[in-house]
Every structure is written in structure tokens, then in C-alpha cells.
Design a protein around this ligand. Structure first.
Ligand SMILES: Nc1ncnc2c1ncn2[C@@H]1O[C@H](COP(=O)(O)OP(=O)(O)O)[C@@H](O)[C@H]1O
Ligand SMILES: O=C(CO)[C@H](O)[C@H](O)COP(=O)(O)O
Length: 537
């Protein structure tokens, strides 16, 4: 039997065909469109994503050369973006472009910062299950924005979906939501199996409670639960067999967690770290752990029956990309990388590995320090207004100085991880290791640097695409090949290599981490002075 995993990231849709042991037999990837506009607006199209998914599944099946009749289950993960559709799934325009094709407010869209602030000011009790502070990246502030700014669209909407739930609806016709999506992004209380109507009434979304939550989900299933079978329409679009089991889905980061944290047995000692456009830290606990500024604790949001604490940064791979493009050597090195069939970041990673001397890679940073918070701090400060800080730049324009900037940015990502590990450990959620996945964590240089900067062993998976594997694990459980998610994780995932923190570079990282925290705190202080100029006199 075979299983298909579908992973919709920010930049592309991927699909992979796996066997019961978790071996990937074929995969394919298709880019997806993204519109950015002033006002922190970032939008996508569900129709475009659906075509990319269909093309990716067909491509993966062709490469795997397996019979569609042998596909025993399909699992899906996607970014936690908000899809807004009218009756029967007709796309509705979520933004000022009025383009109905643009029916998705992307997770990183920060248009609802003010709504999030107002929601936080209510002090509603559900907030203690999102780290104490709701983020503008979550869905209820975005729904409130829609209601206040585009009431005709809000009123006309037949359904509001997290992208993974929209995809499982498109595949199976089931309107059931995943306990992952609604718990992490919509304030569903999975530990009590209910919405809190008082919350919706208090924040200005009374209508959703009054209508019995029909537009945001009345049936909630654990990830991996069988939602139904592939509809004939979906089957013909994907080239698969109608009736193939479809599983309740996951947010993409959580699929990365499922694809990695069970590889060494008990998931509670291992933090899943998904390093893609954003970064996500996924920590599983048996009991709820309340860490201010770290999202959760969420029940049954990743491993069913367990609790999850989720941290990370809104811009991670995207922050490194932005950082290196600020440097004057970036255009020439991009052209060189393209001519060599590499990406600029791939070239910089190779160059850093080649140039590192006995003092280690971090020494290449040459006194440059970066707090890469271009899109705010998700955890542990839950501060969407935070911005990046770069200290120590000179007039250099050569390739070595660009490598130095790249390495400093990666160190900053690692120190952000260290800060989250520290905050969680202080509340009783310490972990022994970090299980890495995501497109930005593919090079050994990045892996070692993350271990050195965070101070924790970094473990990679044998799966070339652990996020896709996590999605396929859902399909395997829905298809009955494994009894439950822990059994499927044990059978389908395995550790590959461990990158142990290098003791020789530990003092340098300790010093750089102190500088990181100092710069971060200073930037926070400067912002507060700007906001209250009279407070210093
Ligand atoms: N060598 C590298 N060093 C740092 N970041 C990288 C490297 N290679 C890729 N990235 C970053 O990884 C991200 C893509 O990862 P991926 O998991 O494919 O993203 P997503 O799932 O969010 O679409 C991009 O933001 C890119 O800048
Ligand atoms: O918010 C998230 C998880 O809760 C993710 O960061 C978001 O879904 C985007 O993921 P990616 O960086 O892999 O595209």
C-alpha cells in the first residue's frame, strides 16, 4: 500500500508518495502565487493552490510509478492561512484589490495588528491557551478585520477555513475541521471539545457564536482521523481513485513535527524545529505547560492526546533572504549562483563551509550581530512590532563580507531558538534535542551552526522531506495501515545524523548570544521611547 502526503508551504505545493515504512518513492513541487501590498497585505488564491496541488500529486505519482489503486490514504498540511469562500466554495475577495481570485489572507499578513491588540485588551480567558497574547497571524483577528473592513465579504461568506481544512474539504467534501488548525489559530478549546461563545461575543464576532459556529466548524476531528473518501471530482483532478481515504490535516509546521519528533521514540524529549519561510518550534508535553509568549498549550494539536507548545519566528528563511539582499555584492553573487545552478543562499552556505577555519563558522561573522526580526518576534516576546537590528557593518563590498552577514543572520536565528528553549525550560518544558526539518535546514553548515548557537544537539531525519512525510503519516493512519499517529511515527520516521554543539565555539556563542539579547532589548527600549517621546525628559 502507498500513501500520499501533500504539503502547501508559503512558496510552493509539494506532494510525495510513500510506502508503509516511510520511504519516499516520488515527489513533485509546484510554485504558488503570492500578492503583497502596502499595509502588510499578503494574499493567495485557493484556485491557484488547488491547481498546484493537483499538478504536484500527478507529478509525484508519475515519478513513483505506482498504481492509483494502491494508494491507501492521503494526508494534507498547509500554512495557517485564512480561506474565505461563498456558497459552494466560490472565492471571495479578501482585500482592497477586489479580485475574487485573491480569497486567502496569508498567515504572514499583518493587516489585523490593531484588531489583535483590541482582542488582547479584553483579557479573555481563551488567551491563556495561546501563550497569553493573540497574534495578528491567527484567524480571529483576521476575521474581525474582515467584519470591520469588508462587511459585505464577511456577510456573504459561506465558510471560513484554515487552508489545510479547505483542502480536505476540496478533497473529500467533509466540512470537519482539524483539531490542529482550530485549536492553534481559532481559539477552539480542544481539551474541552468546544468553542467559547463568550470570547466571540466579547471581541465583536458575536454573529459567529449566534449562528452556532456553522461557518467556522461544528465538527472537529483529530489529525489523521478519516474524514471520508476522495470525491470523484477530486479523484479525476488528481489522477487517483474515488473513495481513497482522506485524513484530517495539519498546519505545515505541525506536519514537520509529526515527521520528526517520534523518530527517537517518546516525542516529549524532542523539539520539532521547522526552518522554512518562518521557523516553528514544536514541543510536546503530557501535561499543559503555560509559557508566556509561547503559543499554547494546545491539546491534540499535533500528537493527538498530548499538549503542544509552539514558538518560532515569523520570518526565518525569509529573514536570511532579506538580509543578504541588502548587501551590495548580492546581485553579482546571485548571478554567479544561478549560472552554477545554485541559489544565492546555497552558494553562501557552501562558501561559509569552505572558508571556516579552526575557530569555527561563527568566527566568520567578524563582529557583525543580527537580530533578524524583520517581521516581529513570535516567541518568547509575542511582539509583532519588533524589527530587525544589524550591528557592526563596515564599508566592505566583497563576497567575504556577504558571507559574514549570512553567518551572522543564521547565528541570530539560532539565538532566537536558544531564547525559546530557555523560556520553555524555565517553565518545566525542557527538551534534550532539536529535530530539524524545512527547506532552510538542508545544509550541514546550517545544521551545525544551529546546534552551536542554540546549545542543543540538532538531529536530522532520514526522510528527505520530513514535512511531506508528516502529511503522509496522516494518510497512513486514516487508511488503517498504522493504528495511530505514535505507531505510524515509529514505523515511518527515523533519525539520520546528530549535530552536537561544538564545545570549542561555545564561549563565542555565549558572548554573541549576550550581545543578541542586549541589542534586542535596546531596540525594544528605543521603540518605546519613540512611542512616548516625553517619557525621557
Ligand atoms: N542555505 C540556506 N540558508 C538559509 N536559508 C535558506 C537556505 N536555503 C533556503 N533557505 C530559505 O528557506 C526557505 C524555503 O524553505 P521551505 O521549507 O521550502 O519554505 P516554505 O515551506 O515556507 O515554502 C526560504 O525562505 C529560503 O530563503
Ligand atoms: O504559523 C505557522 C505555523 O503555526 C507557520 O509559520 C506558517 O504556517 C508558515 O509556514 P512556512 O514558513 O513553513 O511556510
Amino acid at each position: 500500500m502507498h500513501f500520499i502526503g501533500i504539503d502547501v508551504g508559503t512558496g510552493s505545493a509539494r506532494a510525495g508518495v510513500f510506502d508503509t515504512g516511510g520511504r519516499m518513492l516520488g515527489s513533485a513541487k509546484h510554485d504558488i502565487a503570492l500578492w503583497r501590498e502596502a499595509g502588510s497585505i499578503v494574499e493567495q488564491s485557493s484556485a491557484d493552490i488547488w491547481s498546484a496541488v493537483c499538478a504536484a500529486v500527478r507529478g509525484a505519482m508519475t515519478e513513483a510509478r505506482v498504481d492509483p489503486a494502491s494508494v491507501g490514504g492521503i494526508g494534507v498540511d498547509a500554512t495557517c492561512s485564512l480561506v474565505v469562500v461563498g456558497e459552494g466554495g466560490v472565492p471571495l475577495p479578501v482585500g482592497p484589490s477586489e479580485d475574487p481570485a485573491r480569497d486567502i489572507i496569508v498567515w504572514m499578513d499583518h493587516r489585523a495588528v490593531e484588531q489583535a491588540e483590541r482582542i488582547n485588551a479584553t483579557g479573555a480567558s481563551v488567551l491563556s491557551y495561546v501563550g497569553g497574547v493573540i497574534s495578528p497571524e491567527m484567524e480571529t483577528p483576521k476575521l474581525l478585520w474582515l467584519r470591520e473592513n469588508r462587511p459585505e465579504v464577511f456577510n456573504a461568506a459561506w465558510g471560513f477555513f484554515d487552508l489545510a481544512d479547505w483542502l480536505t474539504w476540496r478533497l473529500s467534501g467533509s466540512l470537519a475541521r482539524s483539531s490542529c488548525t482550530v485549536t492553534c489559530k481559532w481559539t477552539y478549546l480542544a481539551h474541552e471539545r468546544r468553542w467559547d461563545p463568550d470570547y466571540f461575543r466579547a471581541i465583536g464576532l458575536r454573529v459567529l457564536a449566534d449562528e452556532g459556529f456553522t461557518r467556522i466548524g461544528t465538527e472537529v476531528m483529530d489529525p489523521g482521523a478519516r474524514l471520508g473518501g476522495l470525491t470523484s471530482d477530486a479523484a479525476s483532478a488528481l489522477g487517483l481513485t474515488p473513495g481513497t481515504p482522506v485524513a484530517a490535516g495539519l498546519i505545515d509546521a505541525h506536519a514537520g513535527g509529526i515527521g520528526t519528533v517520534g523518530a527517537l521514540g517518546d516525542p516529549t524529549g524532542s523539539m520539532g524545529y521547522v526552518f522554512g519561510t518562518s521557523s516553528c518550534t514544536m514541543t510536546t508535553t503530557r501535561e499543559p505547560v503555560f509559557v508566556p509568549g509561547v503559543w499554547g498549550p494546545y491539546f491534540s494539536a499535533m500528537v493527538p492526546g498530548m499538549w503542544l507548545s509552539e514558538g518560532g519566528q515569523s520570518a526565518a528563511g525569509a529573514a536570511i533572504d532579506r538580509l543578504v539582499h541588502l548587501h551590495p555584492a548580492a546581485p553579482a553573487l546571485t548571478a554567479q549562483a544561478e549560472a552554477e545552478g545554485r541559489s544565492l543562499l546555497g552558494l553562501l552556505s557552501d562558501e561559509a563551509a569552505r572558508s571556516a577555519g579552526p575557530d569555527g563558522v561563527a568566527a566568520l561573522a567578524h563582529g557583525i550581530h543580527v537580530v533578524p526580526e524583520f517581521l516581529g518576534n513570535r516567541a518568547p516576546f509575542a511582539d509583532p512590532h519588533a524589527r530587525a537590528v544589524i550591528a557592526g557593518l563596515g564599508m566592505e563590498t566583497d563576497a567575504a563580507s556577504l558571507v559574514a552577514l549570512y553567518v551572522s543572520g543564521l547565528c541570530g536565528i539560532g539565538y532566537g531558538l536558544r531564547q525559546i528553549l530557555k523560556a520553555q525550560a524555565s517553565r518545566g518544558a525542557a527538551v534534550e534535542r532539536v529535530m530539524l526539518s524545512g527547506g532552510a535546514g538542508q545544509s550541514d553548515l546550517v545544521r551545525q551552526l544551529l546546534a552551536d548557537a542554540s546549545g542543543k544537539p540538532v538531529v536530522t531525519a532520514t526522510a528527505p522531506e520530513p514535512v511531506l512525510l508528516g502529511a503522509a503519516i496522516l494518510g497512513a493512519v486514516a487508511g488503517g495501515a498504522h493504528a495511530d499517529i505514535p505507531a505510524a511515527m515509529a514505523a515511518m520516521s527515523a533519525p539520520a545524523r546528530t549535530f552536537t554543539p561544538d564545545a570549542a565555539t561555545a564561549p563565542l556563542h555565549t558572548a554573541r548570544f549576550a550581545a543578541f539579547e542586549r541589542l534586542q532589548a535596546t531596540a525594544r527600549e528605543i521603540r518605546s521611547v519613540e512611542l512616548n517621546p516625553n517619557s525621557t525628559t
